[in-house]
Design a protein around this ligand. Structure first.
Ligand code: SF4
Length: 884
């Protein structure tokens, strides 16, 4: 739907699902702003959403199909896929083929992929990368409610009197929700926020109480809370009797987990008073929302932890009413859409599980007999099956599992043995496309049309505003063409995403008299124009009967008895405990300004400026003990693999724990993908990997020299012990370390950047070199080398690339390795919208006596656009220490 000149669509990143308005600019390009009419964000955007227009370039795009390394046309490529899958099924049966898809797909893509796998190929082996982020929450909801029903919406967060954020760095991972919560707190200071997280994240800026829980102890905490609620007579017995089953066993299991507050506090690594305060607040507050995400889900007991949270809400009857409920939010933009169509290997379609009745129903609806009768392989098991030769052909869509899966080295090994690897992607070179036999060019955000569902079950349109470049095509189209080649033209008649959506809506309502939660039958009759204009709306949206005003308001659930279930959970420790060989616990997660494996966000220099390298956060005590200094490169190694990061010593980490971001891959440097070190243990119910708890050891990276290069042109510096490349505004930045010294640094620098006017300073004895190449008065590139990681800051040097002519002072500063008088090093970027660095902020706060975020904004503009940096600004103002 157009709004003026603008196209209304949705942000392709996180599960908040913000509406954006995209407008063409005179002279080319687009502007992106938050859509004030979209209920999820009401005009707000975070730093990633605000930079979307910077990510639209064609650099690195896959533009034509490629079969066995040779560019070809669509007919040839589609024949290769169809023939390969047909042959694998004929020789080895349907379970020898698989699809691995993504929460980046639109629902229409997802629907056709699911139908192709189950209906046309006859395999249940279709799983999604959403398995890695929220499968445990799905399992918990299904056990408790009999269906994968998220019972809350974003307004509940604003209406609550107590919001408990568990394992969620909302400020960085779901920034617009964080902004909504912060605004609600400003308007209603009585709203309390508790953050339960081993790390003191920027989200703690909002916390009345931060419980820095010991890694993996959440199950005990919520079992302890349930026991406390019972002891303190804070239960809703009328609700329990009328609407809940299994509560006696759940209370007994919680009691068995330990009741005494001091013991519980000790197990959780918390002060008894803090734990007691949280329990009291929870017991005495009626309107409580407990929001959780990957910190709970990515655990070998993630499903049980989810149920332990839900148990506390059921025991107090705090569900189905405004301002309360157990609320799992998703990482990806369309994880919920994947759940709706059956994109998880253990679900069939339209929120139906694998029962004989459901299988027969879907066969009837699709007109495709021979659907699989039982669930397929979940992500980690699927790639193991590929490695063991049980799965012979796999089609990977819109995801980069060689970076994102745990034990990535073993997964790479597995995929390299697979007989047929098909990858649909918009990008030519990823860690996964490198292993593909067939590459299919997929359309991407801005070029695709369809729908996505956000964390509050709100279905929104994504609308195209660009033609796909080259031969790129939408995924639903590619899948449809393959299905037709497999002989199923009649069952795959789609000519548009609207055709697919209408069928998806009809299936949701098919033989559904209210027994299934997911019903959007009211949308099945949308015409093309109505589909095009469809406003954001939350499901259910049934046809011919009113959608309930609020799910579970009537106390009826989707279990056979109609009652919710409290699940008796026994807390258990992570599978692998730290030991003498691997004494630290590694936790992985997201950073503020990057998304997934950076194929899109790393195109925006302003997003790269926030954290130009992958960091390895450690408590300063651990740094001292291990002999690792701040800013040093270090290797984090586990029994499964290793990765390299730049050490950030910060008291925001618990002693004994480390944190590394998930985003970096082989496309950006050597050994940067932390997934290589993550243990592949999964939750036995959900199959979700234990990303939050891998025993590791950490040691300094030993190298003969360390250095960095800033260059106007892109260079190839891969052949080093350590290299890391990132795009800046008008330059490329390379961080390097190696164990081989060149014969001459001057010659090496010239070989790299070329001849011309060189400014150089070398101290051979000390192993230091500085060189800068000037062409036509402009800085062309510079090389800085030292025997240790202690090198000049990069930000002020990077600023010199923006100057048309370097003056004498600039030239002197290049050799001095520091800014000369009148020029300052702004420091690491905090506000990416306006490029304001940490040093600039600290100086202004001190010099001008700035005391509030508003005053900082008035002085420097920082924090006045998207607001994503506000928690860090508060940290600099004296609250929570800002994370670097
Ligand atoms: Fe996109 Fe940010 Fe909104 Fe998430 S919070 S949908 S990343 S703009």
């Amino acid at each position: 739907m157009a709004s003026g000149d603008a196209i209304a669509t949705t942000c392709p990143y996180c599960g908040v699902g913000c509406g954006v308005l995209v407008s063409p600019l005179e002279g080319g390009g687009f502007s992106v702003r938050g859509d004030p009419a979209h209920p999820a964000n009401q005009g707000r955007l975070c730093s990633k959403g605000a930079a979307l227009a910077d990510t639209l370039g064609l650099d690195g795009r896959l533009l034509r199909p490629i079969v066995h390394g040779v560019e070809t046309d669509w007919d040839d490529a589609l024949d290769a896929v169809a023939d390969g899958f047909r042959a694998a099924v004929a020789r080895h049966g349907p379970d020898a083929v698989a699809l691995y898809v993504s929460g980046q797909l639109l629902t229409e893509d997802y629907y056709v992929a699911n139908k192709l796998a189950k209906g046309a190929l006859g395999t249940a082996n279709i799983d999604t990368n959403s398995r890695l982020c929220m499968a445990s929450a799905v399992a918990a909801y299904k056990r408790a409610f009999g269906a994968d029903t998220v019972p809350c919406d974003y307004e509940d967060l604003e209406q609550a009197d107590l919001v408990v954020l568990v394992g969620s760095n909302l400020a960085w991972c779901h920034p617009v929700l964080y902004q909504r919560l912060r605004r609600a707190r400003e308007q209603r200071p009585g709203l309390k926020v508790v953050v339960i997280d081993p790390r003191r994240t920027p989200t703690c800026d909002l916390a009345d109480l931060h419980l820095a829980i010991a890694p993996g102890a959440d199950g005990w905490l919520f079992a302890g809370l349930l026991s406390y609620l019972r002891r303190e007579d804070a239960l809703d017995w009328a609700f329990l009797e009328a609407h809940v089953e299994g509560f006696a066993a759940a209370f007994a299991a919680a009691r068995a987990a330990g009741e005494g507050l001091p013991e519980l506090a000790q197990r959780c690594g918390l002060a008894p008073d803090d734990l007691g305060a949280f329990f009291r607040w929870f017991a005495r507050t009626e309107r409580v929302v407990t929001l959780w995400s990957q910190g709970i889900n990515q655990s070998s007991s993630g499903s049980d932890k989810g149920n332990a949270i839900i148990n506390c809400h059921l025991a107090t009857g705090r569900i189905g009413r405004p301002g309360m409920g157990p609320f799992s939010i998703t990482g990806q933009p369309n994880a919920m859409g994947g759940r709706e169509v059956g994109g998880l290997a253990n679900t069939l379609a339209a929120h139906m599980d694998y029962t004989a009745e459901n299988v027969a129903r879907v066969e009837r609806f699709w007109g495709l007999p021979g659907l699989p009768a039982a669930p397929g392989l979940k992500a980690v098991d699927l790639f193991r099956a590929i490695g063991e030769g049980r799965v012979k052909a796999v089609w990977i869509m819109a995801t980069n599992p060689m970076v994102s899966l745990p034990d990535a080295g073993a997964m790479r090994e597995a995929l390299s043995r697979c007989e047929l690897v098909v990858v649909s992607d918009s990008q030519r070179d990823t860690d996964t496309t490198a292993l593909a036999h067939v590459l299919l060019p997929a359309a991407t955000w801005g070029e695709k049309s369809g729908t996505v569902t956000n964390s509050e079950r709100r279905i929104s349109r994504q609308r195209a505003f660009l033609a796909p470049p080259g031969e790129a095509r939408p995924d639903w189209w590619i899948l449809t063409q393959v299905a037709r080649r497999l002989g199923h033209a009649a069952a795959f008649p789609y000519a548009s995403p609207a055709d697919v959506f209408r069928e998806h809506a009809r299936l949701s309502a098919f033989e559904n008299d209210g027994a299934r939660d997911f019903d959007i039958g009211g949308l099945a009759g949308l015409g093309d124009a109505e589909y095009e204009a469809m406003p954001p709306l939350a499901w259910p949206a049934p046809s011919g009967r009113h959608a309930p005003p609020r799910l579970f308001a009537d106390g009826r659930y989707y279990t056979p008895s109609g009652k919710a279930r409290m699940v008796a959970t026994a807390p258990r420790a992570p599978v692998h405990a730290p030991d003498d060989a691997y004494p630290l616990v590694l936790n992985t997660g997201r950073v503020r300004d990057q998304w997934h494996t950076m194929t899109r966000t790393a195109r925006a220099p302003r997003l790269n400026a926030h954290l130009p390298e992958p960091t390895l956060q450690l408590h300063p005590e651990d740094g001292r003990r291990l002999g690792i200094g701040n800013g040093q490169l270090a290797v984090v190694a586990s029994r499964w693999g290793e990765a390299v990061g730049r050490v950030d010593l910060t008291p925001t980490q618990r002693p004994g724990a480390a944190f590394a971001p998930i985003h970096w891959s082989g496309a950006f440097g050597s050994r940067l993908a932390v997934g290589a070190a993550v243990n592949p243990v999964v939750d036995p119910v959900s199959g979700e990997p234990e990303f939050k708890h891998t025993p590791v050891r950490i040691a300094p990276l030993r190298a003969a020299w360390h250095g960095f290069v800033l260059a106007r042109q892109r260079l190839d510096l891969r052949d080093r012990l350590h290299w890391n490349e990132i795009a800046g505004a008008g330059y490329w930045r390379y961080e390097l370390a190696d164990d081989t010294l060149p014969a001459s640094w001057g010659a090496a620098a010239r070989a790299l950047l070329g001849d011309g006017e060189w400014l150089e300073l070398e101290d051979r004895g000390a192993g230091r070199y500085r060189g800068a190449l000037i062409r036509d008065g402009r800085l062309e590139g510079c090389v800085f080398v030292a025997p240790t990681h202690q090198l000049p800051p990069r930000n002020w040097l990077a600023d010199l690339f923006g100057q048309a002519q370097l003056d004498d002072a600039d030239r002197a500063s290049l050799l001095a390795g520091r800014p000369t008088a009148g020029r300052k090093d702004g420091g690491a970027i905090v506000c990416s919208c306006f490029g304001v660095g940490r040093n600039t902020l600290v100086d202004a706060i001190r010099a001008q006596g700035l005391a509030t975020v508003e005053a900082v904004g008035a002085a420097l503009k920082a924090g006045t656009n998207c607001g994503s940096c506000i928690p860090e600004l508060r940290g600099l103002l004296g609250g929570t220490p800002a994370q670097s």
